[in-house]
Design a protein around this ligand. Structure first.
Ligand SMILES: Cc1ncc(C[n+]2csc(CCOP(=O)(O)OP(=O)(O)O)c2C)c(N)n1
Ligand SMILES: [Mg+2]
Length: 756
């Protein structure tokens, strides 16, 4: 006899799973045939006999779930009408509303993209806020979207401490941990936090994302911190739906991987069931807040309606499998609880369901009628704010005499009273000054404390400013940037060091994707100001090889909003560092100071012992305007050399040779500011040039030189004879061979000679 096969009901064969899940809910409620329990129980009574969740908790959480669900359903419908531009939903994850309910709106939250339930719930924490309208504005890419001003569909809210995140999965874990560390660090340096002292940082992500290197970095650093008995109150919430797009997570992998770790405390909660899950979430939150230890909450979720609206699951999964997943819909469970416990009658619940649907659609239609971003100027307005006058005033502010006298160990030791010195010493002096000027600044990185860095550039700072402000981190550049973002989020001024430029590339996403994008994606509501120091570029004689002589700055050149300065001499370093710090303080900018290692100890220019590359320390009220070049021999115009970094001294020496050989007068322009390139200034210098040389120690492709040539050509001076002397497109080899790939003085002279 044939086995009886249950046919799949026709409505379940719909490829539009949003319609199926929607109908599942109404059918589930309509078909409910239990007699409801007695109604009218007290709101503070437990929703079920052994639950921590009260009836009032339940009612509000369920509402948050319904809001989230109807935003998803609305998005699927209105996407095709071009009224909504994003369909990655929260369906199946709505239980994360419990995390919001059990935490505070002042606990900074770094959220997974499936956080609709969390957001709807957090909106309750402040009066007068409307989660539906705010979300609808974001879905519609409205210029009035309070999260990003129409730049990104993202969960975010300034008053609710939800910092908008990028779509790069796991990239937010390091900064969430950094924020947790910062909450504690504030007390140690006497900094006033913008949030209560016992706040925790919340960070949610998916099960597949928990495997990502950037996530693992944060788990490791959290454990590394807790292992030393240092507080790190971060609540990692892994929303485990068992799948990442189409790849299933091995059964029980999240539990197996995270349970029982020594310094990452594991909790489990069923996010599919408000009645039973609430306690697990409450325990995890309480643990994190009271012990200040990194806490891992494994929250069971499910994923219905596919990864996004574009994910036609039916193309790669069977109907049976989809139906099995859809049967785990947490809203069906909430409906069952509501009906079983008499919170709602069937009719009341259906009416409530439809009420939220109507509100979401009405909000979306209203959002569609709001203005959108219509000009490039509007789009980029929050990208790179620059208040020139305020930055100048801040950079020149010198009202910290007492602090600097203390930092330098006496008035007679103030560096401007001492003889001229080389770059490394003047950077060190400038850092002492910045630390004295900004009590909220922190200097950290690998080996920067007692040792003073591999080139002793930070020597003495640890002694002067002590452990809480000058410290070594674990060896992990991603986490160094995660800490920097965290400190910045809490209102401090981080001054991290990346030991070598080559190792920036290892962690670049934390600047490229994260730090540099925060102002843009939050419509300038959130900022993570920082001053990053990176030692790099080539020509070191004592310490060779590519990784200590990396000359590729292409990876920095195209990061929107970034500022990169590169000083070739000590006095410029001091005035530039002041401006970079002021840019961070005043406009929230991510500022990078690139230090040419080979110039650290350079004291002479033309001949050994001439001392012509040692410069007096500028008084603290002096600062370099952003974008301003230093021009040597400004009146000369037979040949104009554009350069920076090591190229400056090479060009000045080569200029002497060229002047002797050709009877030319040679001007040398040290650009100093590499990102953004001051194109107007390049054009102005090119205008009066009879010939042009570009001396770029970076790579042939995508180096600064390309930008200079473009600026010259676009300004209409492309007909001026020019040559570029530039590094080869290769890694830098060891020892003397390095000089084969980098421009040298002879190359500069030869290139000049070849110009007619
Ligand atoms: C670094 C990175 N790689 C790839 C992607 C593309 N992507 C987006 S979501 C996703 C799967 C994430 O799965 P999971 O972490 O389990 O979260 P879920 O969507 O299941 O909630 C992938 C591969 C991305 N956004 N970021
Ligand atoms: Mg998943």
């Amino acid at each position: 006899m044939n086995a009886v096969v249950n046919p799949i009901p026709a409505r379940h064969k719909n490829v539009n799973r949003a319609e199926v899940c929607d109908a599942n809910f109404t059918e589930f409620v309509r078909d409910w045939n239990d007699t409801p329990a007695a109604r009218g129980a007290h709101p503070s009574a437990p929703i079920t006999s052994d639950s921590l969740c009260t009836r009032e908790d339940f009612v509000q959480l369920f509402d948050s779930q319904l809001i989230s669900r109807h935003l998803d359903l609305m998005a699927r419908v209105l996407r095709v009408k071009n009224k909504v531009f994003y369909t990655i939903g929260s369906s199946g994850h709505e239980g994360n509303a419990m995390v919001a309910r059990l935490t505070r709106h002042t606990d900074p939250a770094f959220l997974h993209y499936r956080s609709g339930g969390f957001m709807a719930e957090r909106f309750r924490k402040l009066p007068g806020m409307d989660p539906i309208m705010d979300s609808a504005l974001s879905f519609a890419a409205s210029a009035e979207d309070p999260a990003s001003g129409g730049r990104h569909k993202v969960w975010g809210s300034k008053p609710l401490w939800v910092l908008p995140q990028t779509s790069t999965i796991a990239s937010h874990l390091p900064k969430a941990l950094g924020t947790a560390v910062a909450i504690e660090q504030a007390r140690r340096i006497g900094h006033t936090l913008p949030i209560p002292q016992d706040s925790i940082a919340i960070c949610s992500f998916g099960d597949a994302s928990s495997n990502h290197a950037t996530a693992q970095t944060a788990f490791n650093a959290a454990a590394w911190t807790a292992y030393q008995q240092l507080p790190a109150p971060v609540l990692f919430v892994c929303e485990d739906n068992g799948i990442g797009i189409s790849v299933k997570t091995p059964t029980d992998w999240v539990r197996a991987n995270f349970e029982g770790r020594r310094d990452l405390d594991y909790f489990y909660a069923d996010g599919l069931d408000l009645a039973t899950g609430y306690e697990g979430v409450a325990r995890a939150v309480h643990h994190c807040r009271t012990t200040r230890r990194p806490t891992f909450l494994h929250l069971r979720t499910t994923r219905i309606m596919g990864h996004a609206g574009t994910d036609f699951e039916i193309e790669w999964r069977s109907f049976e499998e989809l139906m099995a997943v859809e049967a785990t819909d947490p809203l069906l469970r909430s409906a069952a609880i509501a009906l079983e416990t008499g919170v709602y009658t069937k009719e009341q619940l259906l009416a409530r369901y439809e009420d939220f649907r109507a509100k979401c659609f009405a909000a979306a239609e209203a959002a569609d009628r709001t203005p959108k971003l219509t000009t490039l100027a509007e789009v980029v307005a929050p990208l790179a704010p620059y208040s020139a006058a305020k930055v100048k005033a801040e950079a020149q502010r010198a009202d910290y005499e007492t602090q600097r006298v203390k930092a330098f160990g006496g008035a007679e030791k103030l560096p401007e009273k001492l003889p001229p010195r080389h770059l490394a010493i003047q950077i060190n002096n400038a850092l002492h000054d910045l630390m004295a000027k900004y009590p909220e600044s922190l200097l950290f990185g690998e080996d920067v404390a007692q040792k003073g860095g591999v080139y002793t550039v930070t020597k003495g700072l640890h002694k002067a400013f002590k452990n809480a402000r000058v410290f070594n981190t674990l060896l992990d550049e991603t986490m160094i940037f995660g800490l920097a973002q965290g400190f910045a989020n809490m209102g401090m001024l981080p001054i991290p060091e990346i030991q070598y430029l080559a190792y920036f590339h290892n962690a670049a996403d934390q600047i490229r994707g994260e730090a540099a994008s925060l102002q843009f994606f939050s419509n300038n509501q959130y900022k993570n100001p920082m001053l990053v120091r990176m030692a790099g570029l080539g020509y070191q004689r004592g310490f060779g090889g590519h990784f200590h002589n990396d000359n590729s700055i292409a990876a920095l050149r195209d990061i929107p909003g970034l500022v990169v300065g590169c000083a070739s001499r000590g006095d410029d370093a001091a005035t530039m560092l002041r401006t970079l710090a002021a840019l961070a303080k005043v406009d929230g900018r991510v500022a990078i100071f690139l230090e040419p290692i080979a110039m650290y100890m350079t004291k002479d220019l033309y001949a050994a012992g001439d001392g012509e590359w040692s410069f007096a320390y500028p008084a603290p009220d002096q600062a370099m305007p952003l974008g301003e070049a230093r021009v040597y021999h400004a009146e000369a115009n037979d040949l104009v050399i554009f350069t920076y970094g090591n190229g400056v001294t090479m060009s000045l020496r080569a200029a002497r040779e060229i002047e002797k050989a050709r009877d030319w007068k040679v001007r040398v322009v040290d650009l100093r500011w590499l990102v953004p390139l001051n194109e107007a200034q390049v054009a102005a210098q090119a205008k009066t040039a009879k010939r042009i040389l570009i001396v770029d120690e970076g790579r042939h492709s995508a180096g600064v030189g390309e930008g200079i040539i473009t600026a010259i050509a676009e300004a209409g001076f492309g007909a001026t004879p020019f040559k570029r002397v530039v590094g080869a497109d290769t890694y830098t080899p060891l020892a003397g061979a390095a000089f084969l790939v980098l421009p040298g003085e002879a190359d500069i002279v030869a290139a000049a000679q070849s110009l007619s």
